[in-house]
Design a protein. Structure first.
Lengths: 158, 158
């Protein structure tokens, strides 16, 4: 099962290493991780997406709470949430192909952020499924390179 | 000085722990980190932003290249690049305040992704400076919570 943890941590060296160690020591692969400062620069928020079973994830949650640099752990797995991810993707495209790519960009509400004679770079945001679908569609045009931020989440308001 | 590394790694447990360990062992704080799968699901791309001096960053780069799970390291620091970050931010707003927040959202081309009686949640993308400016402006309305993905980068085409 997929678990999503939103973790507030002290913004200082070594915290990320200790947290990622906690997961890898149990053989769990973090499938998505984002780290960014909050409005308080001494505190960062990590969003961790990881596959695992319930029993061990409960243990991981307890261990996270015990770490001195961890301020707060919220398990977003079963809460209503807003989830977004950002994709930058550079696709092979000569002048002829370009209009097809632009059409796809419009459908996915992606922005064109760079163009050259041989390629187009798009920026897209959305939930994981949407980003996956866009990448799948663009595979037909040969992808030069892509970078995904991983998923950021906030709980929905009641 | 701020360094940006784009690192292609094997998508498996322990890789993130080894890489973050490499930085923290030298006392360097990773200020931004994003990890996401590429179009090849066995390979992930990490974008690491870190402050440090040139001499030690050269060493870190060499060490990264030596790690068995690291496929490729690109130092984007001095290359022309496209850099984007995603922000989710929930701001206090009653019905009266809401229109002010919506106005700010329009200026920053942010999307409104959730609304309740007492708050509004926005999604914004852009370079770090733009995101910082938006957060600064919204501080006047009391920020409930925010999540930043950290920065994703691709080199610009020539």
């Amino acid at each position: 099962m997929e678990y999503i943890f939103s973790v507030l941590v002290e913004n200082k060296p070594g915290v990320l290493a200790r947290i990622s160690q906690l997961f890898s020591a149990r053989g769990y692969n973090i499938t998505s991780l984002t780290v960014g400062e909050t409005d308080d620069p001494t505190i960062s928020r990590m969003t961790i997406v990881v596959d695992g079973d319930e029993k061990i994830m409960d243990q991981v949650k307890k261990q996270l709470n015990k770490l001195i640099d961890v301020v707060k752990v919220v398990d977003l797995t079963s809460l209503p949430q807003i989830e977004r991810e950002l994709l930058l993707i550079k696709v092979n495209a000569d002048k002829k192909m370009r209009s097809e790519i632009i059409e796809i960009a419009e459908i996915f509400r992606a922005k064109i952020v760079d163009v050259s004679d041989s390629d187009v770079t798009l920026e897209a945001t959305g939930q994981k499924d949407k980003i996956d679908a866009l990448i799948k569609l663009l595979k037909g045009y040969k992808i030069k390179e892509l970078a995904r931020t991983g998923r950021s989440c906030l709980p929905r308001s009641e």
